[in-house]
Design a protein around this ligand. Structure first.
Ligand SMILES: [Zn+2]
Length: 139
């Protein structure tokens, strides 16, 4: 009998859904303790899906998964003003190559800024969850 990989995945997922978390694992979004809950399921507090299988750990709080996005913030603080400065210097007299260079630099700065904001939000959420997990471990 040949079992296709999707079939095997479905069987193992179904199997894991029936298993129970024997140790404390915490929801990655709200920090709720999922101990005694299904290995794969939805957080009973915030409703987010999670998978606590050891090789997956999706939606599960992991203490060092999100670090402060210092490099992204620095990159934004350098590239964005530099790009704008190059563009302003290339306007009169008009210098096509400097305009292109300035636009690319400013664009990189904007993209770094977007990444920095996204990672900063993840970092702030991880800190919040971390405090909740710490409080619960003290009890
Ligand atoms: Zn949750």
């Amino acid at each position: 009998m040949v079992i296709e990989s999707s079939e095997a995945e479905r069987i193992s997922q179904g199997d894991a859904a029936e298993r129970i978390n024997l140790h404390s694992v915490f929801c990655g979004f709200c920090g709720y303790n999922l101990k005694h809950g299904a290995v794969i399921g939805r957080c009973t507090e915030c409703g987010r899906a999670y998978n606590a299988r050891p090789m997956v750990m999706k939606g599960i709080f992991q203490p060092h998964a999100h670090s402060f996005p210092l490099v992204w913030l620095l990159q934004t603080c350098v590239a964005l003003p530099m790009g704008i400065w190059i563009i302003l210097g290339a306007v009169s007299p008009v210098n096509d190559w400097l305009l292109i260079l300035g636009t690319i630099t400013a664009w990189l700065g904007l993209m770094s800024g977007a990444t920095a904001i996204r990672r900063l939000r993840l970092f702030i959420r991880a800190v919040r969850v971390h405090y909740r997990v710490e409080r619960e471990e003290d009890e």
